[in-house]
Design a protein around this ligand. Structure first.
Ligand code: TGC
Ligand code: FAD
Length: 390
């Protein structure tokens, strides 16, 4: 009998990744094996994670804002960051979310659009995991269409006063700082809001059936008074927050492959062990057809992720290309998770195995950072020249 290969091994993926990026990837993989995997089912079931403790450990690991330069950030390649997201999401999408929101959304917003003082105040502590950040764009009535947001900031003397509500905000209740986007007389602007500012509160959203190992919150801004220096000086208009979304979506392109890989490897191992009608489930053609199709989709998604990673490192990655990756890889990862679930029979619905947990998580991943329909419309716009959002 030939020695089985892993699905990504079959594609020869390893040779496409440089030594340094591989070493970073392996360090993150080891961290997930030792520190995260033993607790995932319990965190998921209880819908609680030790976010502050984990942030400190992830900071020591060097993954928070790892692809940013200076201010205590590691300054790795974009590809290495993607591979770190892949390993984190192979454990649980909620853990990748914690890292994405910290590094790609909140730290990136401050790094890209902030003043020297804002960068100095927040980035070193956030890179170390001593301060947690959240990113408030979505509102109860404006998710896919953030340009119509109602949260607003008005001038009062030299100060800004913010009023409004943000919804579905990852890390909200545990954050020390929130980057909040608001309408002003001069377009949408971003504000760096310390979460102990009077008028700011962040009640946690309970009863989630997805992303349970992640903190998700509402942000309430009730007359939050901030000094003039709280505004991100360089971001003006919706392109400010959307530029941050490109970064987080890039991480998801890789992360989704991690969740799918974990499902497929689990299913392959299970079918090799499980005897049905006198022989291993893996030895039936019907099983192999499923496993082969999933292997093909997983490998194609990984090749796409690596291609986009190389383009990002070369400085040539365009937002609509990120949409190609986010749409394809999350959609296929979810399809793989659902198909793998069937191969485990009743065991497929148990938390003893990671598959349905990944599938449930991927429902959120399909929706956040731009729903699959929004990414279809971005791609549709790119290939037709017509805008069909409205
Ligand atoms: P539109 O008129 O097309 O554009 C407004 C301005 O933005 C520019 N732009 C971009 N800039 C950078 N990156 C992009 N991807 C950009 N897309 C557009 C555009 O050039 C324009 O600039 P300017 O200078 O002319 O003003 O805007 P629109 O209102 O028609 O909306 C376009 C649309 C629908 C694509 C956009 O609104 C969108 O992407 N909607 C989806 C919203 C979304 O993804 N929200 C995610 C919230 S954060 C989150 O989910 C975190 S999950 C956390 C986790 O990982 O746990
Ligand atoms: P809607 O915009 O109401 O969409 C509903 C449906 O309509 C979708 O199927 C959508 O694709 C479709 N639709 C929308 N527009 C069109 C159109 N033009 N044509 C056809 N169909 C359309 N947001 C943040 O700002 N920060 C966070 O940290 C954050 N974390 C999140 C964590 C979780 C667990 C979740 C679930 C969400 C999070 N979000 C966050 C919010 C997320 O970005 C939004 O849920 C997402 O953008 C979709 O918005 P919505 O839920 O309001 O759906």
């Amino acid at each position: 009998m030939p020695t089985p290969q892993t699905p990504l091994g079959l594609f020869g993926i390893e040779e496409l990744i440089g030594e340094e990026d591989r070493a970073i990837r392996d360090t993150v993989r080891a961290f997930t094996a030792d520190r995260l995997r033993p607790h995932l089912a319990q965190w998921y079931e209880s819908a609680t994670i030790p976010a502050r403790e984990l942030a400190g450990e992830l900071g020591k690991l060097g993954v928070l804002g790892m692809h940013l330069d200076g201010y205590g950030c590691a300054g790795t390649s974009a590809l290495a960051y993607g591979l770190a997201c892949l390993e984190l999401e192979a454990a649980d999408s909620g853990l990748r979310s914690l890292v994405s929101v910290q590094g790609s959304l909140t730290m990136f917003a401050i790094h890209r659009w902030g003043s020297p003082e804002q960068k100095q105040e927040w980035l070193p502590r956030m890179a170390a995991g001593e301060a947690i950040g959240c990113f408030g764009l979505t509102e109860p009535d404006f998710g896919s269409n953030p340009g119509e947001m109602r949260t607003h900031a008005r001038r009062d003397g030299d100060d800004w006063v913010l009023d409004g509500t943000k919804m579905w905000i990852t890390n909200g209740s545990v954050a020390d700082v929130a980057v909040v986007w608001a309408q002003t007389e001069d377009k949408i602007r971003g504000f760096v809001v310390p979460t102990d500012t009077p008028g700011f509160s962040a009640p946690e959203i309970r009863n989630k059936l997805s992303l349970r190992a992640s903190v998700t919150s509402e942000l309430i801004l009730d007359g939050v008074r901030l000094p003039a220096s709280a505004m991100l000086p360089e971001a003006r208009g919706l392109s400010g927050p959307l530029s941050c979304l490109n970064e987080a979506r890039f991480g998801i392109v890789f992360g989704a492959i991690g969740a799918a890989r974990d499902c497929l490897e689990t299913a392959i191992a299970y079918t090799r062990d499980r005897d049905i009608f006198g022989k291993p489930l893996a030895a039936y053609q019907a099983t192999q057809l499923k496993l082969a199709d999933m292997t093909v989709e997983l490998g194609k998604g990984m090749l796409l992720a690596l291609h986009l990673g190389n383009r990002k490192d070369a400085g040539t990655l365009r937002p609509e290309q990120v949409s190609l990756g986010k749409l394809n890889n999350v959609r296929e990862a979810l399809a793989i998770a659902r198909e793998c679930r069937t191969l485990l029979g009743a065991n497929g619905i148990s938390l003893e195995y990671p598959i349905l947990r990944h599938a449930a998580n991927l429902e959120s991943v399909l929706t956040y950072e731009g729903t699959s329909e929004i990414h279809q419309l971005v791609i549709g716009q790119a290939v037709t020249g017509h805008t069909a959002f409205r």
